[in-house]
Write a protein that binds this ligand. Structure first.
Ligand SMILES: NC(=O)c1ccc[n+]([C@@H]2O[C@H](COP(=O)([O-])OP(=O)(O)OC[C@H]3O[C@@H](n4cnc5c(N)ncnc54)[C@H](OP(=O)(O)O)[C@@H]3O)[C@@H](O)[C@H]2O)c1
Length: 159
């Protein structure tokens, strides 16, 4: 697909979680930042020509309460830092700049809660379907929906 063909909705879902100390030589910090911050920003840049053409778009950045200062930044290794960044990125993208998003493009971040995926493990308390509910809501927001926020279960999340 070329950038000109475009996409209306972007869900930046990719994530990795390793428990290697940030200070260890084998830390995956660079990869974590690439997958969960730089890659999402690249995709947002890629979507811009289409969104500028149509004036409509929805961006959902997968975050985590493990990257929340309010919750103590509990994410292990690089994960907490790499999950704090999408919240900041989301907020920053709603500030007016010469290269800003069209007003019809809403960008929000969300935490799915702990879900039974490869990352969350079998003991996680909620299903992937439940975790995806907020992503779907944000991906299909009406015109009067929020932008620049961080949500879980459809409600603003302290971050
Ligand atoms: N599970 C939880 O409890 C939980 C809680 C809070 C937040 N989250 C967030 O929710 C999102 C989804 O996580 P998940 O639970 O579904 O984790 P997962 O089961 O480990 O899946 C991770 C996904 O990220 C993709 N991915 C990883 N590295 C990639 C790369 N370099 N390039 C492209 N894709 C890559 C994987 O693709 P492949 O399948 O091709 O490897 C996979 O689709 C993540 O951002 C995660 O941080 C999850």
């Amino acid at each position: 697909m070329t950038a000109a063909a475009g996409f209306d909705i972007l869900v930046n879902n990719a994530g990795i979680l390793n428990r290697v100390s940030l200070l260890a030589p084998e830390s995956d910090f660079d990869t974590a930042m690439q997958v969960m911050v730089a890659g999402p920003l690249d995709l947002i840049r890629l979507g811009l020509p289409h969104w500028r053409g149509t004036g409509w778009g929805r961006i959902v950045n997968l975050s985590s309460d493990r990257g929340s200062f309010a919750a103590g930044l509990e994410g292990s290794g690089a994960y907490g830092v790499a999950k704090a960044a999408p919240n900041a990125l989301t907020k920053a993208l709603t500030k007016a700049t010469p290269h800003d998003l069209p007003p019809g493009v809403k960008v929000n971040a969300m935490c799915p809660g702990r879900v039974t995926t490869r990352m969350g493990g079998d003991a996680a308390p909620r299903s992937p379907e439940k975790g995806a509910e907020t992503a779907l809501w944000l991906a299909l927001l009406p015109e009067d929906g929020p932008t620049g926020g961080v949500f879980r279960d459809g409600r603003p999340l302290d971050w």
